[in-house]
Design a protein. Structure first.
Length: 595
């Protein structure tokens, strides 16, 4: 029997199937699962078996997916749950208030008033989890079971508060291991210092933490509210907050870790760094004085209960309120090293300031609190900006809180705002601010050439969180409208921008006697415009952003703007590029095509 030539390899159906599925949703899901395995070491099963190492158990968890929340709840309730990946399992989350999908815009005065009233009515339900009472006769397993039951009950109470009262809670710590560190710090401390950000002290303060500290031990423990970043507040603002704290019986002190660290660095550069001076007399509590490092240490002794042993000071606060900077300022002044306490307390650190004072640093902890909108959470640094998907709400808050003229002065841009006769309010919208900033910096999307407003939003929001755009919340009992008055003058600008604008103002007032201290930036900005692109520029030269009087700058404002800080923008408008030659990439493409 004869036969033809070789038939070749047989078709590989598996290979072809993989080729067909190399893109699309299926492939994306497979790749995501592979990446998850690599980073977290997960198997193909979801299970409640808790065999992770200690460093994993202590990771902070402030937001969970529905499945993760289900599994963590099952573990706390001591319920076994295991499923193979092929099983038909549906996780349904009923109710709840997702921060990402909640109202993120600007509330009206009426809406805000109603919300504040509901917050006040439910303030007593914002608790911290209690460590259950225990005895030395209990086994480790029995104590663990009691703690988990108490923690699960606490989480259920907060879920009920949020779901049944139409309230928005801040993300809060959901990992019991982190709360266990707080329990140990409170147990051993004579004075628990709660550190908050001066720009919004009530958001970062846990009222119930004071109650919990008073319940532990024999009731002799004390608390102190340390308002950090106090250098951002004016004298008037310090007095208003001091009055509020005194009215509510809160023991407080003002401090600025950044200012203390800056002073230490300056002294060290001058070669005059010395040990912190001793404070002869005790520093009084509850004053508007912004304390030095030495005064703060002395205040600890004043605020704490009398004790014959070494004074134990527990430091507690959100991760972003400056707790680490406060500790660095204290140990920088005392020139001591940080050491870990061995044994059961190895997850928090102790710092010996002197023979009389020992600091106990609790890991950064996010307490549950009320929020008005998710935009508030972003602007207060509670939600991470780099993971933000919806940016219009937070930026709307920035536009509402920071004056238009100051935004233009800080960024060196002209923001087109819809006139009132066309339905505008005189306040820029998020889109108007972001478009102006993105065009000024040359942030453009690929393809259509639209401004990259999401990139602009991340930069502006970070400037807000870092106090480059400074806004401070007034005390809850403040009814005025000028709390932040005086925060947006010429001296609030960075040096380079301030000098630039000052030169333009002087040029506009040629021949006049001008006192810098008397300059009204809001008024002067109305007569000045940022000039934009120099249409005569060539590929070898870049024009610089300058301030011009209105009569000189109106025409230039209609051109494309180039910021002096930006290197991302092209050197000439794109409609003129063909006149000065094509780019290297364009020539490279032609060369390849000609081969």
């Amino acid at each position: 029997m004869s036969y033809g030539g070789p038939l070749g390899p047989r078709p590989n159906s598996k290979k072809n199937a993989n080729k067909l599925n190399s893109t699309g949703l299926g492939r994306s899901l497979v790749n995501e699962r592979k990446n998850t395995k690599k980073t977290a070491g997960h198997s193909d099963r979801y299970t409640t078996e808790a065999n992770a190492p200690n460093w994993v158990k202590l990771q902070s968890v402030t937001q969970e997916r529905a499945l993760d929340e289900f599994l963590s709840t099952a573990e706390l309730a001591d319920k076994d749950f295991t499923t193979e990946r092929t099983a038909n399992i549906r996780i349904i989350q009923i109710g709840g208030h997702d921060v990402a999908e909640s109202s993120s815009g600007v509330l009206s005065d009426e809406q805000r008033a109603r919300l504040v009233k509901r917050h006040y009515e439910n303030a007593g339900r914002l608790t911290v989890p209690r460590r259950p009472k225990w005895t030395k006769e209990m086994s480790a397993h029995e104590l663990d079971r009691l703690e988990k039951e108490a923690f699960l009950s606490w989480r259920r109470s907060l879920a009920d508060l949020q779901e049944n009262n139409d309230l928005l809670l801040t993300p809060f710590e959901r990992n019991i291991e982190v709360w266990r560190q707080l329990w140990r710090v409170v147990d051993r401390s004579d004075l628990v210092v709660q550190i908050v950000d001066s720009r919004n002290p009530t958001l970062f303060r846990s009222i119930d933490l004071d109650n919990y500290v008073g319940e532990v031990g024999d009731g002799s423990k004390r608390t102190l509210l340390l308002v950090n970043k106090a250098d951002l507040l004016s004298e008037k603002q310090l007095e208003l907050w001091a009055d509020y704290f005194r009215e509510h019986g809160i023991q407080f002190a003002f401090f600025s870790a950044r200012a203390a660290l800056d002073k230490q660095e300056a002294d060290e550069l001058k070669g005059t760094m010395e040990e912190a001076e001793e404070v002869a007399s005790e520093v009084p509590l509850n004053t508007t004085q912004v304390l030095s490092v030495a005064e703060l240490e002395s205040l600890f002794k004043t605020a704490a209960p009398n004790t014959d042993k070494q004074l134990q000071i527990g430091l507690v606060g959100y991760p972003n309120v400056g707790k680490s900077s406060t500790i660095n300022a204290l140990i920088g002044a005392k020139k001591v090293s940080v050491s870990s306490t061995p044994g059961k307390t190895k997850h928090f650190q102790t710092i010996k300031l002197s023979d009389e004072v020992m600091l106990c640093d609790c890991p950064g902890l996010v307490f549950p609190n009320f929020a008005q909108t998710s935009g508030d959470l972003v602007c207060n640094g509670v939600l991470p900006i780099d993971q933000l998907r919806e940016y219009s709400g937070p930026v709307e808050l920035v536009c509402q809180r920071i004056p238009l003229y100051f935004l233009e002065a800080v960024y060196g841009i002209h923001i087109f705002v819809r006139p009132k006769e066309e339905g505008g309010t005189g306040i820029p919208t998020a889109q108007e601010l972001l478009s102006a900033y993105a065009k000024a910096r040359g942030f453009m999307r690929q393809g259509g050439g639209d401004p990259d407003v999401s990139r602009a939003a991340r930069i502006i929001l970070k400037d807000y969180v870092n106090a480059k755009l400074l806004y401070c919340e007034p005390p809850p009992n403040y009814t005025g409208s000028d709390y932040n008055a005086g925060k947006y003058g010429l001296d609030a600008l960075q040096t380079a921008r301030r000098n630039q604008i000052l030169d333009a103002i002087k040029a506009a007032h040629t021949g006049e006697t001008l006192k810098v201290s008397e300059i009204d930036l809001a008024k002067e900005m109305q007569g000045l415009k940022f000039s934009s692109f120099d249409s005569t520029a060539t590929a070898s030269g870049r024009s610089r952003a300058k301030m011009q009087p209105t009569t000189m700058g109106d025409e230039l404002d209609r051109n494309f703007f180039l910021a002096s800080e930006s290197q991302a923008i092209t050197s000439v408008p794109f409609h003129l590029q063909n006149q000065i030659g094509s780019s290297k990439k364009h020539f490279k493409g032609k060369k390849k095509g000609g081969k």
